[in-house]
Design a protein around this ligand. Structure first.
Ligand SMILES: [Zn+2]
Ligand SMILES: [Zn+2]
Length: 308
């Protein structure tokens, strides 16, 4: 074998080794409107026992994760989908200015609409499936939002969102989806403290059950990364009306949960690197090898296992 052939052989082996990450599916699982002080910041993790026992030890916990933009529902979800901070109308009357990870995935990989999903208890969040940037309508993801599933009819039960999510996951094996569970926020606005805590505990059961579905499915196991996050928190006690509301820059509104688990995520790490929601999008895009030129976040390499 001459030197040219040796170099060629080395190049071929190198190209095979520098393959993609193991992640083929990303799920952004949003717990709407819970404060850090009632989730991971609660000293006994009393309201998220399953995430604490089943998920966190196998994944990465970010302790300095924040909504660094507008601390409302639509803005928080928009940051997670588009990787940008936008002051956006919170009532579903305005579309995100930038394409989302779902749009970019469909375009780059020529994916069918059923490979990317926006599944939300809140009907207004159907706006996450669109953008005002011209030319992207043909790449919109599938939606299942609100009571009618079409982005209208009002809010629906989180239980239905959970069962629909499991169906989509195991029927379509989507490349990416975002899921919104509304109840912590709804009970908070309803001024029902016990209901608010109970809704966090219900999300904990949904997240653990979803992870069980993933672990027990050979097409999802070892290829699915899940981000457990909030869209925003709620005011700290003593700021405005406390846990009833949110929307300001207090640390209760900003400081939120982010736990990541998946085949490319380091196991059992706790990171105090300051991060925000746009970094989730950047990391998800990096794992799925999709370019998002409009995203402003940075990849959270501190929680990733070895580069492939
Ligand atoms: Zn919200
Ligand atoms: Zn606040």
């Amino acid at each position: 074998m001459n030197i040219k052939m040796l170099i060629l052989a080395a190049l071929i082996i190198a190209s095979q080794l520098s393959g993609a990450f193991k992640t083929k599916h990303v799920i952004i699982l949003v717990m709407d409107g819970a404060r850090w002080t009632e989730t991971w910041g609660e000293s006994n993790k009393a309201y998220m026992p399953r995430i604490t026992s089943d998920i966190a030890p196998e994944g990465a916990v970010l302790t300095e994760f924040r909504n660094a933009g507008y601390t409302e529902t639509t803005a928080g979800h928009t940051a997670l989908c588009t990787g940008t901070h936008q002051i956006i109308n919170n009532s579903g009357k305005e579309l995100p200015a930038n394409p989302s990870i779902f749009h970019y995935l469909r375009k780059q990989y020529e994916l069918p609409k059923t490979d990317v999903w926006v599944i939300t208890s809140k009907d207004k969040l159907h706006v996450l499936s669109e953008t005002t940037t011209p030319g992207w309508e043909t790449y919109n993801p599938s939606i299942d939002c609100g009571k009618n599933g079409t982005g209208s009819g009002g809010y629906r039960d989180d239980a239905r969102t959970f069962s629909n999510t499991c169906s989509v996951l195991t029927n379509n094996y989507p490349a990416a989806m975002i899921v919104n569970f509304k109840d912590p926020d709804s009970y908070g606005h309803g001024k029902k403290w016990d209901g608010y805590l109970g809704a966090i505990a219900a999300y904990d059961r949904y997240a653990a059950a979803l992870w069980d579905v993933i672990r027990n499915d050979e097409k999802l196991r070892d290829s699915t990364t899940v981000f457990i996050v909030n869209d925003h928190g709620r005011h700290i006690d003593g700021v405005k009306d406390g846990y009833f509301s949110h929307g300001c820059t207090c640390d209760g509104c900003r400081h939120i949960l982010c736990i990541a688990i998946g085949p490319d995520i380091r196991r059992g790490v706790t990171s105090d690197v300051p991060r925000n929601q746009t970094d989730v999008t950047a990391t998800a895009a990096y794992l799925l090898s999709v370019a998002m030129p409009t995203g402003t976040g940075t990849v959270m390499k501190e929680i990733l296992a070895e580069e492939p």
